[in-house]
Design a binder for this molecule. Structure first.
Ligand SMILES: Cc1cc2nc3c(=O)[nH]c(=O)nc-3n(C[C@H](O)[C@H](O)[C@H](O)COP(=O)(O)O)c2cc1C
Length: 143
């Protein structure tokens, strides 16, 4: 059954429509985020709430939900003070990975600038180099 949306409902969805369009229009998604309280900051959660739209970014089938975004790559750059990415108190990474898969993005690269509180600058430099490498690869592809 198709239910027509009211004017107010359409207005309420405008921001979400814009964000979904933005995601749709790009092959590469870069998410750069700190870990807050062992998980995603509220603003990133709010972005995800705007992106998850039935029949636009995912749909329900008899076999369960299916992501509708295709052929996209996501880079997720994470910073943290003390939480080690991948540890049992990192509730961010599993959620982020699952959310991206839920909307159809399975090609995901995580880049971790974690535990910066105890970093003497070495880890930050490694992460910087890792990010620079991505741009080098881009230039190679163009050349
Ligand atoms: C509200 C708030 C909650 C935070 N929670 C965590 C946390 O759970 N784990 C952690 O490692 N760092 C936490 N941090 C630290 C941030 O992740 C850190 O400040 C951020 O990664 C940026 O690094 P920087 O402060 O060295 O620039 C928190 C910071 C704030 C402001």
């Amino acid at each position: 059954m198709i239910v027509k949306k009211t004017f107010e409902q359409k207005e309420a969805l405008k921001l979400s429509d814009t964000i979904v369009e933005d995601v749709n229009n790009h092959d590469t998604i870069v998410i750069s985020t700190p870990i807050y309280n062992f998980s995603a900051p509220a603003v990133l959660k709010a972005w995800a709430d705007m992106v998850a739209r039935v029949n636009k970014t995912f749909s329900y089938t008899e076999n369960g939900p299916v992501g509708l975004l295709k052929d996209k790559k996501a880079y997720v750059v994470i910073s943290s003070g003390g939480t080690k990415v991948g540890s049992e108190i990192d509730f961010f990474t599993p959620w982020m990975k699952h959310f991206l898969k839920f909307i159809g993005i399975t090609d995901v690269e995580f880049i971790s600038a974690d535990q910066l509180m105890s970093d003497d600058g070495t880890k930050l430099q490694l992460v910087k180099n890792q990010i620079d490498e991505l741009f080098v690869d881009d230039k190679k592809e163009v050349a």
